[in-house]
Design a protein around this ligand. Structure first.
Ligand code: ADP
Length: 993
């Protein structure tokens, strides 16, 4: 019951008491009155009886049970009716909505006809005067029906119908609201209702209402308790209530079941009695927390009666009684099922991780296993191609070799794809030159473009930052991919690559690369599909053009990893344009750029029939501050020369209709000009003009024109004396060598692969070290037992005893201070490997191919532990002397980093072609005894040999250059034929790696 209700019932009680007091007072007054009045004497008896009746009734209504209520009312009506000598006494209750009245109880004097059955559901609206009186909580007192006002027509009618002569009715009121009424009727004759009778009715009404309300409240309370109890008893979770001493005052059956007791057995026990010893502290803290008024949730383990443990989650709140903390209420959730699911999930996760690990290990192995034989196929085909073959054999072999290349490209694509798919692709962030990256990409497709007679055009906005931070190799990969597609799907015309850049607000650059071709184009409805895995526009085309359909997918993912987007625009039959953006920080540029101002203001005339080329060259030159004009043909050029100011330089294309480069040069030569500008010839056929024609040109460049190369050439011609400044700075090799302290370390290498042994030895020799080479774990242990070492480079995958086992043995056998600095080396550069090996006892980790800088960094860290030997050591294997090897892997590593093998695979075909071309030119020069030519050819050969790590060839060409300067023709002619031989040796070294 709410407080207000409580107050009301209190008032009601007071009212009843007051009425009772009134009766009592009247009773006291009566004898006094009787003494003076005989009538009053009679009344005295009446009052005494009334008092007795009221006392009887009120004792009856105290402590009344629900079931007794009806009977008690019925009895009261009878007693009152008899006492008041009425014909009928009755109660009407209003329906819940107050719309109707229902006769609930009735007593009739003998011989009087009951009305109760007739008077059910009487609409209150029907009796408006009556209802209004009741609502105003007024008494209706009618001595005769004539007392009714005129408006009470319906009331009159209904009372008359019951033969009622007189009646008195009091409202039943609870909490200010009328619930119904209680009354007496006189049927046989009319009568007057004295105040005592009305008082009696009111008193009885109060008693009825009080009893009814009390019982109704009790019922509601009981219902609520039952409801709560049912919930608590049947809820799946456990529920406990404890008192301030922490003893259970209530536990629900679910909780009792959890711990194997009955609820009764648990009452009075403490939660500590049914909780595991490990969790007693947790329980104690939780209890204390609630005592301070806080709610909490915590996990514990219950102890079942039979001893087994149950993990549970407890959610507790303080138990409040009248605003005071009286204990705790705790909901206890069984976590057994959840723990089981968690365990299953954990196992599934572990298994999935293991599967992913197995997959990437498989990929790493596949990579190795597939590439090795493929390289053998390609390398051997190359070697065979150099032997005398008939045309058919050459064709077969050529196809075989090309198929090998295609297969290698596919393998690389698939591996890249799965690497990206497994989230294993990591980008490096290193400074690199955007220009160089683009030029190298263009170089890689140049031969193919030349073979198809395509123009391959490069344009870089001169305002681009010269150096940016990012993954150069991956950017090149994207470009090569797009360029390859461009060349592949274009039969005639051009492939253009352009780079623009804009500075973002945060200081970074957004670089936009465009690769446009004039090829077959892509149907517009397929444009979205080409970036999806294994998609090619149609299978017949893929048969014709080859490819895996992975290139663009890989490109897209790489571009996204670089913070950019890739998209394509195309119209079938009208070429395609692929664009992508990347985000990059500008890096500190080397000091080469400022030289360009020496070109500022120089006037250049560009002659090319290809419009794109004209446009790009013009913009490129303008970017360097030059004034450039373009002409589309020889005739136009001659006109320009005739009409305009003199030019400082003319750049002309070789392949032009009507008048080609050489013809135009001759024509210019014959012009009567005051000063004849130097001519630069561009040729896309890969052949330079020789003989007399050569004399016309200050320089010849073969397309694709690299901006840096063109700039260098222009500087050489227009601003002599600056070129030496332009030669690229020597690579980091020297830095590496100097960075190393005096090599007093004693090194042991465990590596089973002879090529890898060779490479490591080369690298170490290069750094000034000697190392003992062992080819399995057992040998490594044996070597360590023989003498002590400062550093052990330990390959993990070795036969007989692998690296990890060797690591374990080393840890068992030698205390830490006597162990060398152990560097774990593996080829499967997978994520997590480093941690795994370090945990297994290695001090450092290097992934293969070993990079010079990585090796240097580690060797620099190691302090020599063993004093350097006084005498020469016994050496475990012969031949530590370093000969000039055929491939300088260490150099390549420095040049190309981790991907040197892949890059080399792509470079070698071009290099082979170059060597043969130069060889033919050298033979001609030697024949003609043209020492300058031979020297420059030797120089060119030296450069390209260096780029592919062909160290023997490089040394050979240097020697040849010296001989050329000395004009030692007999020696030259004697040595020159060795060139193809050395190329072959290079090939076989490559194939053996
Ligand atoms: P693929 O190795 O087959 O070339 P890509 O992912 O690089 O795989 O390209 C998917 C397909 O998109 C190609 O097979 C070709 O149908 C189409 N495509 C890509 N580039 C071009 C282009 N420059 N011109 C026409 N079609 C192209």
């Amino acid at each position: 019951m709410t407080d207000l209700a409580w107050q009301l019932s209190q008032k009601q009680q007071e009212l009843t008491d007051a009425r009772r007091q009134l009766v009592a007072l009247e009773a006291e007054l009566a004898p006094l009155r009787a003494a003076v009045d005989p009538e009053a004497l009679r009344a005295l008896g009446f009052r005494r009886d009334l008092e007795r009746l009221i006392t009887e009734l009120s004792t009856h209504f105290i402590r009344l049970e629900t079931a007794q209520l009806d009977e008690a009312i019925q009895h009261a009506l009878g007693a009152m009716g008899q006492f008041a000598q009425v014909d009928r006494s009755y109660i009407f209750r209003y329906s819940a909505d107050g719309a109707t009245s229902n006769n609930t109880h009735e007593w009739c004097a003998p011989g009087i006809i009951p009305q109760i059955d007739e008077l059910q559901g009487v609409p209150n609206d029907l009796l408006p005067w009556w209802s209004a009186k009741m609502a105003r909580r007024e008494v209706i007192n009618l001595t005769t029906l004539a007392d009714l006002p005129e408006t009470a027509v319906a009331e009159h009618k209904i009372l008359a119908a019951q033969d009622i002569q007189s009646l008195v009715v009091v409202p039943l009121v609870a909490r200010g609201e009328t619930l119904g009424f209680l009354g007496f009727d006189a049927v046989r004759q009319s009568r007057h209702w004295p105040p005592e009778i009305i008082n009696l009715l009111q008193l009885a009404g109060d008693m009825f209402v009080g009893a009814i309300q009390r019982i109704e409240t009790e019922n509601a309370l009981r219902e609520q308790q039952l409801f709560a109890r049912q919930i608590m008893d049947h809820m799946g979770q456990g529920l406990t209530v404890t008192n301030l001493e922490g003893r259970f005052t209530y536990v629900n059956p679910a909780f009792a079941r959890m711990v194997g007791y009955t609820p009764e057995e648990l009452i009075g026990k403490s939660p500590h009695d049914v909780t595991d010893s490990d969790y007693q502290d947790v329980l104690q803290q939780a209890h204390q927390k609630r005592q301070s008024g806080l709610r909490n949730a915590y996990e514990t383990r219950l102890r079942h009666r039979d001893g087994h443990g149950i993990y549970v989650l407890n959610s507790g709140v303080p138990y409040l009684l009248e605003g005071q903390i009286a204990g705790s209420i705790v909901v206890v959730t069984d976590l057994t099922q959840r723990k089981k699911i968690e365990a299953v999930e954990q196992r599934a996760r572990r298994e999935a991780e293991a599967a992913a690990r197995a997959k990437s290990e498989f990929m790493a192995n596949m990579s190795h296993e597939l590439r090795t034989p493929l390289n053998a196929i390609i390398g051997l085909a190359d070697l065979l191609l150099e032997t005398p073959l008939n045309q058919e054999q050459q064709d077969f072999l050529g196809t075989m070799r090309q198929s090998g290349e295609v297969l290698l490209a596919i393998v690389n694509d698939v591996l890249d794809f799965s690497k990206i798919d497994a989230g294993k692709m990591r980008l490096v962030v290193e400074p690199f030159s955007v220009r160089q990256c683009v030029e190298e990409a263009v170089d890689l497709v140049a031969t193919q473009a030349r073979q198809k007679g395509l123009e391959l055009i490069t344009y870089l906005n001169p305002k681009l930052p010269p150096m940016v931070e990012g993954d150069e190799n991956r950017l090149r990969q994207i470009l090569v991919n797009l360029l390859n597609n461009g060349v592949k799907f274009t039969e005639a015309g051009e492939v253009v690559v352009a780079v623009e850049g804009k500075k973002e607000e945060n200081g970074r650059y957004q670089l936009q690369f465009t690769v446009r071709d004039s090829g077959i184009g892509i149907p517009s409805d397929r444009l979205n599909f080409i970036f999806k895995p294994f998609t090619q526009i149609d299978s017949s085309a893929s048969r014709r053009y080859g490819g895996t359909g992975l290139g663009l997918v890989i490109s897209r993912r790489l571009v996204e990893m670089m913070g950019g987007q890739i998209w394509a625009e195309s119209r079938e039959g009208h070429g395609s344009t692929f664009r992508f953006t990347i985000l990059a920080e500008a890096a500190n540029a080397p000091q080469e750029e400022p030289l360009q101002w020496r070109l500022t203001g120089k006037r250049a005339l560009i002659v090319d029939d290809n419009e794109t080329n004209r446009l790009i060259l013009t913009r490129q030159l303008q970017g360097w501050g030059m004034e450039s004009t373009a002409a589309a043909s020889g005739w136009e050029t001659l006109q320009q020369l005739h009409n305009s100011k003199p030019y400082d330089v003319i750049i002309l294309d070789m392949q032009m209709p009507e008048m080609d480069g050489v013809a135009l040069a001759q024509a210019i030569h014959r012009l009567p000009l005051a000063a004849r500008p130097p001519l630069i010839l561009l040729s896309s056929m890969g052949i330079l003009v020789a003989g007399e024609a050569n004399e016309y040109f200050a320089a010849q460049l073969s397309k694709p024109i690299k901006p840096s190369q063109l700039q260098r050439t222009l500087l050489r011609i227009l601003s002599p004396g600056t070129t030496s400044l332009l030669t690229p700075p020597p690579v980091q090799m020297r830095v590496a060598r100097e960075a190393i302290p005096a090599p007093s370390l004693r090194l042991l290498v465990g590596e089973d692969n002879p090529t890898n042994q060779l490479v490591l030895r080369q690298m170490l020799t290069h750094l000034g070290y000697q190392a003992d080479m062992m080819s399995d774990g057992q040998e490594v242990l044996a070597a360590l037992r023989r003498r002590s070492y400062d550093v052990l480079l330990l390959d993990i995958q070795m036969p007989h005893m692998d690296g990890l086992t060797a690591l374990r043995h080393i840890q068992d056998e030698w205390p830490p201070e006597q162990r060398p600095h152990i560097v774990a080396v593996t080829a499967d550069a997978l994520v997590g490997r480093r941690e795994q090996y370090l945990a297994a006892g290695a001090d450092d980790y290097l992934s293969k191919p070993i990079r010079m800088d990585g090796l240097v960094a580690i060797l620099k860290r190691v302090k020599p532990r063993v004093p350097p030997p006084a005498k020469k050591e016994e050496v475990d294997e012969p031949g530590t002397k370093t000969a000039v090897s055929d491939i300088d892997w260490a150099m390549l590593e420095v040049l190309y980093g981790d991907d040197s093998r892949e890059i080399l695979a792509q470079l070698i075909p071009q290099f082979t072609a170059d060597v043969y071309r130069i060889y033919a030119q050298m033979q001609a020069a030697a024949q003609q005894e043209e020492s300058d030519k031979l020297a420059s050819q030797a120089h060119e050969l030296k450069g390209s040999s260096g780029a592919v790590g062909a160290s023997a060839l490089q040394a050979f060409s240097q020697q040849l250059g010296v001989l050329a300067h000395q004009e030692a023709w007999p020696e030259i002619r004697e040595h020159l034929p060795q060139l193809p031989l050395m190329l072959r040796r290079y090939h076989s070294a490559w194939q053996k790696r």
